[in-house]
Design a protein around this ligand. Structure first.
Ligand code: ATP
Ligand code: ATP
Ligand code: MG
Ligand code: MG
Length: 261
């Protein structure tokens, strides 16, 4: 087909191809979710419905985008890991990022009423996103460890903060009480003042959510009406430690067993 005289404007588009053979991590994060969680009266420190909704959106994204091998989520963020050899959109950054962010966001709105049955969505939420490339398996493992460590640090702080607020302290007083405290101090505070054993708090809050694809057998009928067993991949949600080697050894299909660390 003949090109129109306007076609030259395509030359102004910049090449944003990602480097070949690197792990791609897309991290999305809710925009101003501190405010969003207040407007929607999220339970503090952890609203289980909000986390389940985030996980469902991530599950949908994972099912649609076959190159995603793992996703990790906590609070209002999710990281999606695309395999090194991914050739989605010829590795064009903007295409990959915008597809994942918009798919996640539209699902968040679409599925809201399933998780918040008694609460109308007050305004349209949005998520930002970025792509980071990791050249080595170690870098990727460290990235995921960083996000899970962040989940733990924030959750320990938030558990203390909201226990203090629910017991009568103002938010400023609770902040002052916690200023300069170590992890051991916070565990002790929870134990002595609130009879809470931090280790008994549900793992979804302490460890976040790890989504992987697992192959399962399912029975179906072939064209001749004979029962056959086929395989399909389903997304599984786990709340486990991904910092130590144990998880990676249990999932050799992820190809990320790092015996050195
Ligand atoms: P930004 O736009 O810079 O990301 P933000 O307000 O979203 O700003 P974050 O650091 O991303 O800031 O923190 C998200 C906030 O959303 C948390 O601090 C918490 O207040 C709230 N939040 C997210 N998920 C939940 C949840 N499941 N339960 C309760 N609160 C939540
Ligand atoms: P890609 O994912 O590569 O963008 P695509 O199927 O979205 O694939 P586009 O080149 O974006 O392809 O074209 C959008 C297509 O959507 C059109 O070719 C047309 O078939 C359909 N479409 C979009 N808007 C309308 C509309 N208002 N009425 C009828 N059809 C529409
Ligand atoms: Mg946020
Ligand atoms: Mg966040």
């Amino acid at each position: 087909m003949a090109k129109s005289k306007y076609e030259y404007v395509k030359q102004f588009e910049k090449d944003d191809s990602l480097i070949p053979n690197t792990w791609l991590v897309i991290r999305i994060d809710g925009r101003s979710f501190h405010k969003f969680s207040e407007r929607h009266q999220f339970e503090k420190p952890n609203d289980r419905r909000a986390l389940d909704l985030m996980n469902k959106c991530a599950e949908t994204v994972m099912s649609e985008i076959h190159d995603i091998i793992l996703a990790y989520g906590q609070s209002d963020e999710f990281s999606f890991v695309l395999k090194k050899e991914c050739d989605l959109y010829c590795r064009r950054e903007a295409k990959i990022l915008s597809t994942i962010v918009s798919l996640f966001t539209s699902n968040y709105v679409f599925l809201w009423k399933t998780y918040f049955t008694d609460k109308e969505l007050q305004y349209p939420p949005s998520f930002d996103g970025r792509v980071v490339q990791y050249p080595s398996d170690n870098n990727l493992r460290d990235y995921l460890s960083w996000r899970q460590a962040d989940c733990h640090i924030n959750n320990l702080y938030n558990t203390c903060f909201w226990a203090l607020v629910h017991s009568g302290e103002t938010e400023t007083e609770a902040e002052n009480t916690l200023r300069g405290t170590l992890s051991s101090d916070k565990n002790e505070l929870l134990h002595s003042s609130f009879n809470i054993n931090y280790n008994n708090i549900p793992e979804i809050y302490r460890k976040g959510s790890v989504l992987i694809k697992q192959e399962i057998d399912f029975k179906t009928f072939n064209l001749k009406g004979i029962e056959v067993v086929r395989k399909k991949k389903v997304v599984t949600i786990l709340h486990v430690d991904i910092i130590q080697n144990k998880f990676w050894k249990e999932h050799p299909e992820l190809n990320l067993i790092n015996f050195d660390s």
